[in-house]
Write a protein that binds this ligand. Structure first.
Ligand code: PLP
Length: 393
């Protein structure tokens, strides 16, 4: 036994030796365009998914408090036993309206929502076809399907490869194409028009995880279907990014799909409901987005400003309507070193390396919020300028 623990210790030691051991920044205040480091300085925050600045918005906090006052801390039960509150139903109605679907259901995270969706929908004789760069929760969700289901992977956004996989799955009873709407490490969009066209030709369902698109992409922040003007069958998303910033996830879909999830999906059958405060906060966030759609346009202006500034400094950044700007630097240790250098220049930004991204494709990932001011973005650009020679070597 102690030999096993020693082995685990040497795995951790190896991370330290390689310079790839991750540390978590500890903050002493709420999430905002700047954050207060515990025992340290206030720094520009370029690494949160708080895209609309709602994580500490007074209306969102008031919504959370109202729900907590009405329903207490939580359900102390899974939903079908005695764990559904009025605030859950209200939130699900608002999510369905936001996504333009018949119904929605919630989970404690989008990780859970994805792991709920795929195995409940795809069983023996069915096929799920997934983009190779999909979020880890989708990859794991596909792994959770019956061994007798086909699990196929297509090259990233490659419609010819997707068509080939659909051909391989021609005899499957039910076919599901699943994709991120915005790819979280690349900051690019799925080719939804291409996917929807192939799905029609091959009689497949399309599910899109729009966790990084809700509140960000599309004129009113309704995500990638709004951006492309297409309709998909199923949408999953998180309440832990633009839509309140706490936690929680959902599936929005036609009524029979949602009923199947409520009847069959394991994270709902065997795990507690979303805490009422989180549900109430998310409900208030959705109401705020509806009332103040300009937040989305402002976010998009901020993204364009930072992207242009980075390009002027000589950084290569993808042209994309998302609020994720990756700067590829190659090696994991270098990404972590550059993140430290940014922090020394007053900017909190994350360096991502293996196993979150492939070996050799480590990166800094800048994320923009609608509540960043021009001054915040200019300060961030100054820091990028200061580390430029190290980033380029
Ligand atoms: C595309 C995507 N799906 C799902 C998730 C998980 O969301 P949650 O934090 O609600 O579990 C994330 C979070 O990083 C994500 O980027």
């Amino acid at each position: 036994m102690s030999g096993t623990i020693d082995e685990i210790r040497s795995e951790i030691d190896a991370l330290h030796e390689a310079g790839t051991y991750k540390t978590e920044p500890v903050l002493s205040g709420p999430m905002g365009p700047t954050v207060q480091l515990a025992g340290g300085a206030e720094v520009i925050n370029l690494c949160s998914n708080n895209y609309l600045g709602l994580a500490n918005h007074p209306d969102v906090l008031a919504g959370a408090r109202r729900a907590m006052d009405a329903f207490g801390q939580g359900t102390a039960s899974v939903r079908f036993i005695c764990g559904t509150f009025g605030v859950h139903l209200e939130l699900e109605k608002a999510i369905a309206e936001f996504c333009g679907t018949e119904k929605a259901t919630t989970y404690v995270s989008c990780w859970n929502a994805n792991e709920a969706l795929v195995p409940a929908l795809i069983s023996a004789g069915d096929a799920v076809i997934s983009d190779e760069l999909n979020h880890a929760s989708i990859i794991d969700a596909c792994r959770l399907c019956s061994k007798k289901a086909e699990r196929l992977i297509y090259s990233h956004s490659d419609m010819a490869d997707l068509a080939r996989r659909l051909g391989e799955a021609a005899d499957a009873r039910r076919k599901l194409i699943i994709t991120d709407g915005v790819f979280s490490m690349e900051g690019d969009l799925a080719d939804l028009p291409g996917i929807v066209k192939l799905a029609k030709e091959h009689d497949a369902l399309v599910a899109v995880d729009d966790s990084h698109a809700h509140g960000v992409v599309g004129r009113t922040g309704r995500g990638t279907p709004e951006h492309f003007g297409v309709t998909v069958n199923i949408i999953t998303g998180t309440l832990g990014k633009a839509l309140g910033g706490a936690a929680g996830g959902f599936i929005a879909a036609p009524a029979p799909v949602i009923e199947l999830m409520v009847q069959r999906s394991r994270p709902q059958l065997f795990s507690n409901a979303l805490p009422p405060a989180v549900a109430g906060g998310a409900l208030a966030a959705l109401a705020l987005l509806k009332r103040e759609p300009d937040r989305v346009g402002h976010l998009q202006e901020n993204v364009a400003y930072l992207r242009d500034g980075l390009r002027k400094l000589g950084y290569e950044v993808l042209q994309s309507p998302t609020a994720i700007l990756p700067i590829i630097v190659g090696d994991t240790a270098k990404a972590l070193r550059l993140a430290d250098a940014m922090l020394a220049n007053g900017v909190l930004i994350t360096g991502f390396g293996f196993p979150v991204v492939p070996e050799g494709a480590a990166r800094l990932r800048a994320q923009v919020s609608s509540v960043h001011t021009r001054n915040h973005l200019d300060q961030a650009l100054k820091a990028f300028d200061a580390i430029r020679s190290e980033a380029g070597d």
